[in-house]
Design a binder for this molecule. Structure first.
Ligand SMILES: [Zn+2]
Length: 262
């Protein structure tokens, strides 16, 4: 199984290193895409890129819409330098966010557009965040999509119409542990409607701990750390929703991730 979106550089993983790695191995994780979110975690993400993991690690670098304010003056130079030095890195996590309305759309969009241009310049796939902003994100993407080598919408939660537009633009749609909540009707309907060759699964760990997820022995009772081992649960849920065997969903989504990340 390929976990198409996580943040392994998060300090919460450092404390549980042995146990999350063991859970990932047990769940037969063969690949993870781990994304940085701001200049503050790019170095930690880079360190991971050179760590000998028992699975394939794809790293991503970018500025998440939550962190577009107060960026250091040289962030663009630094980001481009990392992209040049890490030839297999992707651009992400980048995008638009309507959940926390603390930043203007104008600022979010200009930072996003600059990073999309960077992805095109260096021919890198893109990992997108679009919480409560999927329609806006599609509008921006329209003028970039055909020049990008690929892109994915992580933890997709948009409408069926947006889903169609994103797949028509050549995008992949990734589903997280939100899927495990039977009340997440919109997400579950979307997960049934995505074309098979566009489907991805992710944990977004250490966040989005799924309902019924496995805790790690090191967890504090009130704050369980989500981890890539919980991808089995996402995969099983998706399989049930699409009336397929879990092994088939694992195979399809792994193939799709390999195609996207090359
Ligand atoms: Zn994320």
């Amino acid at each position: 199984m390929f976990d198409a979106h996580a943040h392994l550089q998060d300090p919460r993983f450092r404390e549980v290193y042995e146990s999350w790695l063991e859970a990932a191995t047990h769940a037969n994780i063969t690949g993870i895409c781990s994304c940085g979110t701001s200049p503050g975690d790019w170095e930690a993400t880079r360190t991971l890129a050179h760590h000998p993991f028992p699975f394939r690690l794809v790293t991503g670098f970018g500025v998440h819409p939550w962190y577009v304010r107060d960026l250091p003056a040289d962030w663009q130079e630094r980001l481009e330098a990392i992209i040049v030095q890490e030839p297999t890195a992707v651009i992400g996590e980048i995008g638009l966010d309507g959940l926390r309305d603390t930043t203007s759309w104008e600022l979010q969009e200009s930072i996003l557009r600059w990073q999309l241009d960077l992805a095109i310049k260096h021919n890198r796939p893109v990992v997108l965040h679009g919480a409560r902003a999927w329609g806006r994100l599609v509008d921006v993407l329209k003028s970039y999509a055909n020049q990008l080598p690929g892109f994915m919408a992580h933890s997709f939660g948009g409408s069926l119409e947006t889903l169609k537009e994103l797949s028509r633009l050549g995008g992949y749609l990734s589903f997280s542990g939100t899927l495990c909540n039977v009340n997440a009707t919109k997400v579950r309907l979307a997960a049934q409607a995505v074309p098979e060759d566009r489907l991805l699964v992710e944990t977004d760990s250490p966040d989005l701990f799924p309902l019924g997820g496995k805790t790690l022995p090191t967890d504090k009772a009130d704050k369980p750390v989500n981890h890539p081992g919980n991808l089995s649960l996402v995969c099983n849920t998706l399989a049930a929703l699409r009336n397929l065997a879990p092994e088939i969903v694992a195979e399809i989504t792994t193939d799709n991730a390999k195609r996207l990340f090359k």
